[in-house]
Design a protein around this ligand. Structure first.
Ligand SMILES: Cc1cc2nc3c(=O)[nH]c(=O)nc-3n(C[C@H](O)[C@H](O)[C@H](O)COP(=O)(O)OP(=O)(O)OC[C@H]3O[C@@H](n4cnc5c(N)ncnc54)[C@H](O)[C@@H]3O)c2cc1C
Length: 441
């Protein structure tokens, strides 16, 4: 059978894959029973190799809504439905996804498998907290429902389990009621990193959503100057109906030549964004779409990093000592001149129930690094050791370079995950490039 080059959102690595497109659960069962190793693949919005393997099963054709109960805000849908389609259905009816990542193009199954977090983790945890039930096809072809009552171990290993426990065929989710499509946003310009962290921690109870954009290329006293964006769902605006956003996506037409991205141009870009808000503080109403999904306005924006792609590095570290470590890491990045258009800071609340879920109580920082040869990979592996040593971890949905030893130090429930995986997938049929690299079997 023909193979196709496939990659995650970072465009690195690229893997030749044979892709199946099942149209109903019966075909998923057939694929599981074939005994071949394989991996469920959603919309490839994970950045590294979590969604890659030589044989993948695309869930995109399984994209139907199955049931909706408006009284309870409960929705049951096939795993291949995208958040975009969910939003089109639920926003006009006065509901919103309880947790959303920074793009609306991933699938529901992909979001559950990564147990995604949003800007509200400090208050509401990951998406997994709102999942009531999963319908799965396991390695032996059997169909099971799992939840906190039925097969609870399988349920908790599948939230954040990166597709390694079985195919998620459908999920039942509790949505959040909303009164308007707007977010009331307070944006504060802070001098440095410490001020941004302090503001986010101090306002945790006041705002459901918080995120900061950090200029990690600024040096000296301006190291880590930031724009902090705090938000709450706005109340109803008279009789105004709840609206979707009408803005068209603009395409990035080709992979940018690498010469466009150099430390000078990135620093200029960051300064421009920071200076864009000249007042210290601004309060305004913003439609949920540009607030949650600003990058979605540019179709295939990942091409701006050039043909060789980029790595996104996202780590979480405990509050205690976290500020100093992030400062140290930002110092290394500024010295290396290797950073990023985008550095995004959030705070996390308590750990979630998923055995391999990423968040831990503390700070999380995400940065992009254009790939320019092996130097950047070596550099990030050094950062991995610093993060692991401080009790932190990196996010598997963004990773392409973590090494097995550091992974084991970062994820203390790894053995528990391995035990559950062996129980439900004894012949290691669900595999990925990430799992092979990290010894996740
Ligand atoms: C611009 C951007 C912003 C982002 N912001 C955030 C953010 O704020 N927070 C956050 O947590 N993440 C964020 N992400 C990451 C993204 O939400 C996750 O990587 C998500 O898993 C992508 O879903 P997908 O459908 O594209 O899955 P894929 O990337 O195709 O797959 C991801 C994983 O899910 C598994 N999987 C997919 N479907 C199934 C299924 N049906 N059954 C079993 N396993 C399955 C795959 O095997 C793989 O391990 C962001 C990504 C982008 C590109």
């Amino acid at each position: 059978m023909e193979t196709t080059p496939t990659a995650g959102w970072g465009l690195y690595p690229v893997v030749e894959a044979r892709i199946d497109h099942p149209r109903h659960p019966g075909e998923l069962i057939g694929l599981a029973q074939s005994g071949q190793p394989h991996l469920a693949q959603g919309a490839c919005r994970s950045y590294g190799d979590a969604c890659l393997y030589e044989r993948v099963v695309s869930t995109l054709p399984l994209r139907h809504l199955l049931e909706f109960d408006p009284a309870q805000g409960r929705l049951r849908a096939q795993a291949g439905i995208t958040l975009d389609s969910l939003l089109r259905f639920c926003v006009p009816r006065g509901f919103f996804p309880p947790v959303t990542p920074g793009t609306k193009f991933p699938t529901l199954g992909g979001c559950i498998a990564a147990d995604v977090h949003g800007k509200n983790h400090h208050r509401q945890g990951t998406l997994g907290r709102f999942v009531e039930e999963l319908e799965m096809v396991l390695a032996d072809g059997s169909q099971v429902r799992c939840s906190r009552r039925e097969h609870p171990e399988l349920f908790r290993a599948t939230l954040g389990g990166m597709g390694l426990t079985g195919f998620i065929y459908a999920a039942t989710l509790r949505l959040k009621p909303i009164e308007s499509s707007y977010i009331s946003v307070r944006t504060v310009r802070t001098r440095d990193f410490a001020e941004a962290c302090q503001l986010m921690v101090e306002t945790r109870d006041e705002y459901l959503y918080s995120v900061a954009w950090i200029d990690c290329l600024a040096r000296g006293r301006g190291l880590g100057r930031s724009l902090v964006m705090l938000g709450n769902h706005a109340p109803a605006r008279g009789d105004e109906p709840l609206k979707l956003h009408s803005c068209r996506q603009r395409p990035v037409p080709f992979n940018f030549p690498e010469i466009f991205l150099n430390p000078w141009s990135m620093r200029a870009f960051n300064t421009l964004i920071y200076r864009h808000q000249w007042r210290r503080e601004r309060q305004r109403l913003v439609h949920y779409d540009p607030y949650f999904y600003p990058l979605d306005a540019l179709y295939r924006w990942n091409r701006i990093y050039g043909r060789r792609g980029f790595l996104q590095y996202q780590f979480a570290i405990p509050f205690a000592g976290g500020l100093e470590l992030m400062r140290e890491i930002l110092g290394h990045i500024a010295a290396q001149g290797a950073g990023s258009f985008l550095a995004v800071l959030k705070t996390f609340g308590p750990e979630d129930e998923g055995v391999l879920s990423f968040p831990l109580p503390g700070y999380t920082l995400a940065l992009d690094f254009p790939l320019r040869g092996g130097g950047i990979i070596r550099f990030l592996r050094q950062l991995n050791r610093l993060v692991a040593g401080a009790g932190g971890r990196v996010y598997l949905a963004k990773d392409a370079i973590l090494e097995e030893e550091d992974f084991a130090r970062m994820y203390p429930r790894l053995e528990e995950f391995r035990r559950i995986k062996r129980q439900y997938d004894p012949h290691n049929q669900f595999r990925s490039c990430l799992a092979d690299r990290l010894g996740l079997r």
